[in-house]
Ligand binder design. Structure first.
Ligand SMILES: NC(=O)c1ccc[n+]([C@@H]2O[C@H](COP(=O)([O-])OP(=O)(O)OC[C@H]3O[C@@H](n4cnc5c(N)ncnc54)[C@H](O)[C@@H]3O)[C@@H](O)[C@H]2O)c1
Ligand SMILES: [Zn+2]
Length: 366
């Protein structure tokens, strides 16, 4: 069992990483002393894992609310359904929302908790690798606006995060791979040991040693917890977590969120950031190659091949853009990054051209 403290000023909390923890949620949540729990999950997760989860909750008063799969469910209609279920279950101010699922469930259940009765407590039980290392730590919760992703949200830190890596046993390989890029990102930002560990891991982490996987999850959470603890509200420091995301988000937007999973787009974004850094003389050619081959080593991903002007357009529309310029997080070594405010259009075009030429393991369609 590993515990990582997220030292946000008002309400520090602990990320507990323990294989099998999801079978004893009652024991772990009991000490919070809540009269009633609303467990929010999805049919896919519930089908595969409810038989393990339910007995552990037997001593608590709880109700389940299931939200269908998919990013499209992260909307105001689903939110209303959650409020309805909370009201029906008479969830009071001392109630607890427990989000058991991937990032979609965590984001919407967390946002429901942030707003229901002006805020009730919630606990995250992430079931995807991406949610374990990224979305469940940091307290950003949200839903999508019909035209803009993640547009309506709040900062609402969970009371606790319970990570049970056993969930990953049923996660499809492509979903595991998508989370692995976020873990790799953490290594590049500030943990050379984590980066090296991932270099040894099999593609999409398939069949990776459980102990090594758990340690990698812990290291990634530790890095995010450190950053979030120092900068809860996304000032300059928290921005480093955006490594690979400025272009990654643009790649997702230009392909209308269909070609890449989020992590695959971030994988390309990491290579792009490393190439931008190398071109500026901030990163050595050797470190660039190491980063690019670490990204490739996680498995095949869809080819890039995007119209450069559309990518530039999407970058300019980035939420973090100011006067058309977006600050880029660039690696200066494996385990160190810097923020560069003045990346030019010309530099981005050159990198897109370079990436289009690059041979990478391609993912088969389907
Ligand atoms: N709040 C944040 O800081 C933050 C950070 C990163 C991403 N996000 C958000 O997270 C979301 C993406 O999260 P995600 O990648 O976890 O996707 P997801 O929640 O859509 O889950 C992916 C799929 O895997 C299934 N699944 C989940 N766990 C499973 C398991 N153990 N076994 C089998 N199937 C399982 C789900 O049912 C779903 O179909 C996006 O909406 C993104 O905006 C939020
Ligand atoms: Zn991400």
């Amino acid at each position: 069992m590993r515990e990582i403290r997220v030292a946000v000023p008002d309400r520090p909390y602990v990320v507990r990483i323990e294989r099998g923890a999801s079978a004893s949620l009652g024991r772990l949540l009991g000490p919070l002393g809540r009269s009633r729990l609303a467990v929010v999950s999805s049919p896919t997760i519930w089908d595969k894992h409810r038989d393990r989860i339910r007995p552990g909750l037997a001593d608590l008063a709880w109700t389940e609310v299931l939200v269908a799969d998919g990013e499209r469910q992260k909307n105001a209609r689903t939110l209303q359904r959650l409020y309805d279920a909370f009201v029906t279950a008479r969830l009071g101010r001392d109630g607890l929302v427990v989000a058991i699922g991937g990032g979609v469930i965590g984001d919407i259940a967390g946002f429901a908790a942030a707003t229901y009765m002006r805020g009730v407590d919630w606990v995250g039980v992430p079931t995807t690798l991406l949610a374990m290392v990224d979305s469940s730590v940091g307290g950003k919760v949200c839903i999508n606006h019909p035209r803009v992703k993640n547009m309506i949200g709040a900062f609402h830190q969970p009371r606790a995060v319970i990570v049970d890596p056993a969930f990953l046993g049923t996660l499809p390989a492509r979903q595991r791979q998508t989370g692995a890029y976020e873990v790799l990102k953490c290594g590049i930002i500030g943990d050379r040991g984590l980066f090296d560990a991932l270099r040894q891991a099999p593609p999409s982490l398939e069949g990776w040693d459980a102990e090594k996987l758990d340690e990698a999850i812990a290291s990634a959470c530790r890095l995010k917890a450190n950053v979030v603890g120092k900068d809860e509200r996304e000032g300059d420091l928290r921005r480093v977590l955006n490594l690979g995301h400025t272009l990654g988000h643009a790649f997702e937007a230009v392909t209308e969120y269909r070609r890449f999973t989020h992590g695959e787009a971030v994988g390309w974004g990491l290579v792009a950031a490393a190439a931008l850094a190398r071109r500026r003389g901030l990163l050595s050619a050797d470190d660039f190659e190491e980063i690019a081959s670490a990204v490739d080593g996680l498995g095949p991903r869809p080819r890039l091949g995007l119209a450069p002007e559309r990518v530039l357009d999407a970058v300019a529309r980035d939420k973090k853009a100011r006067e058309g310029r977006v600050p880029f997080v660039l690696p200066t070594a494996i385990g160190a990054v810097t923020i560069v405010p003045d990346v030019t259009t010309g530099e981005i075009l050159a990198v897109l051209d370079e990436l289009a030429q690059r041979r990478t393991p391609a993912r088969r369609r389907g």
